[in-house]
Structures are given as C-alpha cells and as structure tokens.
Design a protein around this ligand. Structure first.
Ligand SMILES: [Zn+2]
Length: 318
C-alpha cells in the first residue's frame, strides 16, 4: 500500500510536471503581461485623471487670484479717482459746468442754456500779486466764483505770493485752468500757424507748476489758447489732441474790453460787459487779472451785481 501510494504519488507528480509545458508557460506569460499592461493602463488613467483634477484646481485657483487682483486694481482706481481733483475743489464741483459741452456750444455760436441764464466769469493771464487779490476779494464779497486761466510765467514771476493766491483761489471754489506758460504767440503759433509740439510742451509746464502748488492729484482739462482759439491757423491738430484727452479749449462770447483798444475806466468796462453779453442766455465773459488791470478789479463788483440783477447764475468751467 505504502509502495503503491508512493508510486501513485510520484506518477501524480510526473503528471503535474507535464502541465508546465512551454506552450502553457508562454500563455501564462502573455496573460501576465496583458494583466500588467492593463494594470499600467488603469494606473496611467488614474494618474492622468488625478493630474487633470490637479490642473483644474490650479486653474481655478489662478482664476480666483486673477479675479482678486482685478478687484483690488478696480478698488485702487476708484480710490485714486476720488482723490483726483479736476479744475475745482470737490465741494465746488457742484457749481461747475462740463467745459467740453460749453466749448462745443461756443464753437457752434449756441448761447442757449435751456431757459436758464448762466454766466462764466473768466480771468486770463494771472496770477498777479497786485490785481488777483482784489479780484478774489470781489468774488468772495459777491458770493460767486470764476474760472482763472493762469500762465506759468506769471505764477513764477509772483513767487510765493502768486502760489498762495492760486491756493486761496482754489480753496474759495474758483476753477483753475491753463493759459500756457509763456503766452508767446511767436513760439506757440509761428507765422500765425499752430506748432502743436511747442504748444503742448508749453501748457505742460504750467500743468507741472499747478501740480506743484495744488498737489499731485490736481489737473485741469480746461485751456484757453493765448489770443483765442479763433485767431490762429492750423488748429485741427490741437482739436484732435483735446478730443483724445477729453479736454476743452474755451474762448468767450462777451468781454469787458480790458485788453482791447485804449485803457478804459471801471464804468466803461462795465458798459462793455453789458453790451457784449446782451441777449445771451449763456455768457462766457473774458477779463484779465494780470498786472495793470486795476480797473477790472474796480469794475468787478458792479459787473457781478449787473449779472445778478439780470437773473444769471454764476458757474465755473471744469
Ligand atoms: Zn492771455
């Protein structure tokens, strides 16, 4: 029994050994490889799925970050915009008109204002240490404001006194506008033709002076061309420049004639102001607060009174 079983056992073993033939072995290896291959595929797919998920997460984080940066930029811009001062101080803003609109009206000889009379008192060529203080006093006494078209050259000439006058004028609610640095016709308009490069660099000099006096947030978008926009040739380049920069060139439709013809006394200046503004609902009146214009300062209280009595509201250009 024991022997038989031994034989049986050995024969069984032999039979078993026969199953490991090369064919089966190859099949097993192929099967194994297939399984390994499939496994690699599954692992690969899983890895790429996870990588996709990770990428998606990173993209979402990046989008959120970009959104945060954009919001922060917008907030900062809004903050900066609030600090920005254009022409007049923040409280006086309500008393100012959009200079671009007024500029267009003047160019079209449209002096209407929806049935409401409005006057813009404007003073050119200051600041002067002699006349400007008197003008400011008269405006303050009358409780009205004006627009000052200043030149950088005269501010420099007046030194600290002129600089203080700009500060005072601005704090009292007047608009500060740019009338060039040099006021030099030959430089700005050689042969009566605009030189845009000279013109813009000359005006920029005054811009810088005003920033130096009123702070870096101050700027004005209102200019008056020395001699008037109407007086020169080749102004198309300037108009394009002003358009692109949302700026306005303001001429006038009335004047006290304090720079025309022979020197006039205060009564004559008042008469000129009345005569030239007659019948106009919207009046932009040209006057000067530079050296030698004492009669203008003298006439101003009466000119203010005249416009008040005639039902005009006093506004500034900014
Ligand atoms: Zn001038």
């Amino acid at each position: 029994m024991a022997k038989k079983s031994k034989i049986n056992f050995s024969s069984k073993k032999q039979n078993k050994g026969q199953r490991f033939n090369p064919k089966k072995m190859a099949l097993t290896i192929v099967a194994f490889l297939v399984i390994v291959f499939m496994g690699v595929k599954v692992v690969g797919a899983t890895t790429s799925y996870l990588a996709d998920k990770k990428e998606e997460k990173i993209a979402m984080q990046q989008a959120a970050e970009a959104e945060r940066i954009a919001a922060e930029k917008k907030r900062k811009e809004a903050e900066e915009a609030k600090k920005r001062i254009i022409g007049v101080n923040h409280e006086a803003k309500k008393n100012s008109y959009d200079a671009v609109e007024i500029s267009k009206k003047l160019k079209n000889y449209d002096y209407s204002n929806n049935g409401e009379k409005v006057v813009f008192l404007t003073f050119d060529d200051g600041s002067s240490t002699t006349v400007t203080p008197k003008i400011l006093d008269a405006l303050k006494a009358g409780g009205v404001n004006a627009t000052f078209f200043v030149t950088g050259q005269n501010i420099e000439r007046g030194g600290d006194t002129a600089r203080d006058l700009i500060k005072r004028s601005f704090s009292e609610g007047n608009a500060i506008a740019n009338h060039s640095y040099s006021h030099d016709y030959k430089y700005l308009y050689p042969n009566r033709h605009l030189n845009l490069e000279n013109f813009t660099s000359d005006f920029k000099k005054t811009d810088e002076i005003l920033k130096d006096i009123l702070g870096p947030y101050f700027s004005t978008r209102v200019i008056r061309c020395p001699g008037g926009h109407m007086s020169w040739k080749g102004m198309e380049g300037l108009d394009k420049y002003l358009d692109e920069n949302n700026m306005a060139s303001i001429d006038w439709n009335a004047l006290n004639s304090d720079a025309e013809g022979r020197k006039k006394n205060a009564d004559e200046l008042l008469a000129q102001a009345k005569k030239t503004s007659e019948g106009k609902e919207m009046v932009v009146i040209l006057m000067h607060d530079t050296y030698g214009k004492e009669q203008t300062a003298k006439a101003l209280p009466q000119i203010i009174q005249y416009f008040k009595d005639s039902g005009y509201a006093f506004k500034t250009l900014a």
